[in-house]
Design a protein around this ligand. Structure first.
Ligand code: AMX
Length: 427
């Protein structure tokens, strides 16, 4: 992985130069203000973080580096990790070198399996993933080097070592969790002739179809990163900013991803589609489906897979999944219901309660579950694990770059109601 390390080193230098120029132009310039509403409203829209791995434009969606979703959706996850952390796609040789390195580090230690197998049978797979990573914390190279007296400038290098070890083990870990939790517990061996996503598809043992392997590739590519302020990435960065090593930081980020308003939404989406299938049949007409959507809203529930904190258009990742579905599973009932929802939900949500929903458009989760279901991966409690495997690439890249840029511990200031009242009195 020499080329990856060198690519990151160069990227850090480029980014640092840009930051030096930014600081020279106005380190104390005010570029964002905070309202009382934002202080009490989850800091929404507050610009207070820098993240150079990816950017979400409200109108054109996710960029990784300078590439739009359409420009990277045909790549391999390994290429995406390279892009996230170096700002560039790898050449053939760098890709092969990186993949070889992952191969060498892929084996999950026996004690992790012992921990996972000792859990209650109905433990959520996200708990198993988070715990699986945390169980390996003792392997942290960063922690060992830090205890020996590591220079600040080298923090990122050993965090990269930890990232490689974590990423390499994720396919085996995730597939093992699937087989322990939903199968007979027998693990399918890793195949060093396959790539990262190919191995995950293979070791799950769900479906040998090439389409399924390609869906895994697409899934792991599309979920890789979504800026720095979302719950999981931000949590991971906050934890790592205390120099808790990447095992702690990745596990923490995954715990955030496990929430129903974040990563768990994809399983909620499929549950919603299956309920429609059960109650209205495989091919509901527009009128009955419309009524179902409105009844759902009127009973105080959200329409899973719709809405977004940042995006204000149809998520291009949703479109990428829909294109995949049109090519590979057009006849599937769940896919067809997901497409019908896309036709109806945006208009209904736009008109709902005087237009209070900021974005009535589908996000990535509205489609992905139907595709997994089509290939026989029908244990939807597992879907967020796949999201997690992918998103760990973003956590790792964000933390490596932040450490490379010498970013300090994160510590925003909180205030009491009295402070806000006094401030309002002053104005
Ligand atoms: N169905 C019904 N109501 C919705 C809605 C939806 N899909 N999306 C937003 N709203 C409601 C909110 O609940 C909120 O109502 P409130 O004022 O009574 O609390 C109001 O519209 C305004 O919310 P918002 O500013 O549009 O959204 P947000 O930024 O607060 O929340 C999100 C964003 C994604 C949590 C929200 O749209 C939602 O709950 N969607 C459904 C769950 C989902 O798809 N989550 C996946 C997100 C992507 C991901 O992380 N994987």
């Amino acid at each position: 992985m020499d080329n990856l390390r060198e690519g990151i080193q160069n990227h850090i230098i480029e980014l640092q130069l840009e930051i030096d120029n930014i600081f020279a132009r106005g380190r104390n310039s005010v570029v964002s203000e905070v309202t009382v509403g934002q202080i009490y409203g989850g800091m929404r829209g507050l610009v207070a973080l820098a993240c150079n791995t990816s950017y979400v434009d409200p109108y054109s969606g996710l960029y990784i580096g300078k590439y739009t979703t359409n420009e990277f959706s045909d790549k391999l996850p390994e290429e995406i990790f390279f892009l996230l952390s170096t700002g560039k796609f790898p050449d053939k040789e760098s890709l092969a070198d990186f993949q070889n390195d992952l191969n060498k580090r892929a084996k999950v230690p026996q004690y992790t399996w012992d921990v996972l197998r000792s859990l209650p049978k109905d433990t959520h797979p996200m708990t198993m993933l988070s715990l699986g990573i945390l169980s390996m914390e003792n392997e942290s190279v960063f922690k060992k080097e830090y205890q020996k007296g590591l220079q600040k400038a080298d923090y990122w290098k050993y965090t990269l070592e930890d990232a490689m070890n974590i990423l390499a083990k994720l396919p085996e870990l995730a597939a093992g969790i699937y087989r322990i939790r939903f199968g007979d517990g027998n693990l399918i061996p890793y195949d060093s002739n396959l790539n990262w996503s190919g191995n995950l598809a293979h070791m799950l043992g769900v479906n040998d179809d090439e389409g399924f392997a390609d869906l895994m590739r697409l899934y792991l590519v599309l979920h890789c990163d979504h800026e720095g302020g979302n719950v999981s990435a931000f949590t991971s960065r906050v934890v790592n900013s205390a120099l808790s090593d990447l095992y702690y930081a990745v596990s923490a980020g995954l715990n955030g991803l496990a929430g129903p308003l974040h990563g768990l939404a994809n399983q909620e989406c499929l549950r919603f589609i299956l309920k429609i299938h059960d109650q209205l049949g495989a091919d509901p007409d527009d009128k009955e489906l419309k009524k179902y959507i409105i009844d759902t809203l009127d009973s105080g529930n959200v329409i899973p897979g719709y809405g977004h904190a940042v995006l204000r258009v149809t998520d291009p990742r949703f479109t990428a999944f829909m294109n995949f579905g049109n090519d590979n599973c057009a006849g599937n009932h769940c896919f067809k219901i997901a497409k019908k929802l896309f036709k109806l939900v945006p208009d209904i949500l736009s008109a709902y309660k005087g237009g209070k929903v900021a974005s009535p458009w589908p996000n990535v989760d509205a489609m992905s579950g139907s595709l997994l279901y089509h290939y026989g991966l029908n244990q939807f409690d597992f879907y967020t694990v796949l999201f997690g495997v992918s998103r760990v690439m973003g956590f790792c890249a964000q933390n490596i770059l932040a450490l490379g840029l010498g970013q300090p511990i994160i510590r925003p200031k909180s205030v009491t109601n009295k402070w806000v009242i006094d401030k309002l009195d002053e104005n």
